[in-house]
Design a protein around this ligand. Sequence first.
Ligand SMILES: *[C@@H]1O[C@H](CO)[C@@H](O)[C@H](O)[C@H]1NC(C)=O
Ligand SMILES: *[C@@H]1O[C@H](CO)[C@@H](O)[C@H](O)[C@H]1NC(C)=O
Ligand SMILES: *[C@@H]1O[C@H](CO)[C@@H](O)[C@H](O)[C@H]1NC(C)=O
Ligand SMILES: *[C@@H]1O[C@H](CO)[C@@H](O)[C@H](O)[C@H]1NC(C)=O
Ligand SMILES: *[C@@H]1O[C@H](CO)[C@@H](O)[C@H](O)[C@H]1NC(C)=O
Ligand SMILES: *[C@@H]1O[C@H](CO)[C@@H](O)[C@H](O)[C@H]1NC(C)=O
Ligand SMILES: *[C@@H]1O[C@H](CO)[C@@H](O)[C@H](O)[C@H]1NC(C)=O
Length: 581
Amino acid sequence: MLTDKQEAAANPGQPKGEPVRPRLSRLALIFFLLALSGLSFLLRNILTLENTASMHFQPQNSSHPALAQKGPLPPYKNHTICSHLEPTPDEAMEDRALLDAIVWPKPPAPTSLNQTSDPVHSLFAILPSKGGRERRVGDQLEALVQMQDFQGRPKHYGGDFLVARLHSPKLGAGVAGTVVDHLNGSYSALFPLLWEGPAQVTITMVHSSEAVAVLQRLREQRSDRFFFRSLFRSGKLSENTVCNMCLPHNRPQEPLCNYTDLHTGEPWYCLKPKRLSCDTRINHFKGGYKKDLVTNKEALLFQSRVNIKVVIHASGPDRIDVLPKKIDDPELRNRSIEPGPVQYNPSGYYYKGSWRLFDGTPVRQFDAKSITQCLTGKVMNMYGDSTMRQWFEYLRAFVPEFNLRSTSTAGPFMAVDCQHNILLNYRCHNVPIGFPTIIASELRYVANELDRLPGGPNTVVALSLWAHFSPYPVEVYIRRMRHIRRALERLLARGPGTLVVIRSANLRALNKEISLNHSDWFSLHLDRVLRNMFMGLAVVFVDAWEMTLAHHSPHNLHPPPDIVKNMINLVLTQVCPAKKS
Ligand SMILES: *[C@@H]1O[C@H](CO)[C@@H](O)[C@H](O)[C@H]1NC(C)=O
Ligand SMILES: *[C@@H]1O[C@H](CO)[C@@H](O)[C@H](O)[C@H]1NC(C)=O
Ligand SMILES: *[C@@H]1O[C@H](CO)[C@@H](O)[C@H](O)[C@H]1NC(C)=O
Ligand SMILES: *[C@@H]1O[C@H](CO)[C@@H](O)[C@H](O)[C@H]1NC(C)=O
Ligand SMILES: *[C@@H]1O[C@H](CO)[C@@H](O)[C@H](O)[C@H]1NC(C)=O
Ligand SMILES: *[C@@H]1O[C@H](CO)[C@@H](O)[C@H](O)[C@H]1NC(C)=O
Ligand SMILES: *[C@@H]1O[C@H](CO)[C@@H](O)[C@H](O)[C@H]1NC(C)=O
């Protein structure tokens, strides 16, 4: 658990991400310092942790994974899913570091609804600027949130999941805020001031800390709450049975079909059909959800318009007016961003509806002509869930689709422009994908697909895997991402110049049902794991989390075209950067 305030800051209500490259020098510095302090014997192990070492939240020395002593089994290790898949010592150490970085404070004891966080009673206030100065571009804005329960009493512990946004509808501007949990019922939301003019603060409680505790229990103990089926067929006989990642522990007595991937070792099992053999599996589809996972009392913590994604009101003004940076004023010259409790920078922000990168790299805007021009001679392979299919669908408007006769939304899909030598491919990731029926022979692990690519400067690889992993313990996601990371390392080594783009998770619309299986709280953690695992690699991030949080559109599993367009502009800017003038 958390031991002090600084670790409390390790639980901001949202993740942080920046393009990887600017971080590299800092990483190098961290390694240098580590080596200097006589820890070089640890380096080999820490190298696998290089991503965690550069996390936005530096773990405390006592709990630094690389320094941690052997102790009792941490609680997150004590569940049975795939416990037969023993990680190697290096992997176990990385698991631990990644999981330590997403530790979330637990509320004290179960309480009645009256004592849980109520967004309507809770309030925030914009803190006055230092010395009452006017606010200027480059300053930092802080809003302090005090959470209260349904009877209007202040909360005294943390763990609520809040998200924050600073925006201006008039300017088409928006930026994600960083939420810092003070662990005493109050939270700070921090925003950089990036544009001149009006700016309005919106803070939303996604879930109360008490609701988060329920989600945490479900993730650790009920990963079977979501299940799949496969049809088996031979001649006139057909049967369908339940499938999941790790059935053996759930049903020790029944015979199984073992579809564990020989190359990656990724596990998958179906109950064996009574009269058919395991090699008659035809397809894979979503089986359903387990019911009655929560008690009636717990269900009260998941009420739309009451305590799921409800806006917290301001006790005073919720907006400010930002003045331009005054470069000539000597007093202002030294002032950049005000020091706050923690410095977090966003990866970017919207201005006039277009996403700009915080580090100043210009993002090009692409139209039909420049998209074709940019993709000429390229092969772009897109892998992942439906949020990656959205990219394919967007580009399909500019590159004609070749009909592969795929029978469902699962694909695979292909688009070809012979004149310009453009090839676009989309393929969904493997189980636990919850798409409508997928033919068994089309189920492929992304890592294995990557191993088949030659790579090189004309190859673009884009990945987005997150939404279907949310019902599972985080270790399942870590394992999958580790296989993909290794495949990417091999790809980048054999095909230098391959552009790899990783799209992060995004926020989505939530009600009770969706929260229990696919809450943003689960996605938040997958998202942080993803960033930390790929941070040391030469890949480009598209920060879908911030791009959906900062945008005015309601959260949606499938972000609207406006956001997709901004994402594609980011990707194509990497493929075809603006010419230096
Ligand atoms: C490590 O942390 C402990 C307490 O958490 C502190 O007393 C000690 O000074 C720290 N050591 C270093 C080297 O920072
Ligand atoms: C796992 O947790 C259960 C109770 O939830 C406990 O009985 C068991 O000893 C734990 N196992 C390990 C290896 O820590
Ligand atoms: C909750 O509060 C209401 C009114 O504020 C009260 O009538 C009710 O008894 C309380 N319930 C519990 C379980 O404390
Ligand atoms: C909670 O902690 C913050 C940060 O340490 C502090 O500024 C604030 O006054 C505290 N609030 C209460 C109610 O104790
Ligand atoms: C399933 O197959 C894999 C690979 O052959 C093997 O390692 C694993 O032990 C098998 N699982 C069971 C439950 O037999
Ligand atoms: C600005 O910073 C410089 C160097 O750090 C210092 O010499 C100077 O006095 C500062 N100016 C003001 C107005 O604070
Ligand atoms: C999610 O889980 C609940 C409870 O287990 C279930 O009733 C519901 O149908 C599921 N639905 C969705 C859309 O996730």
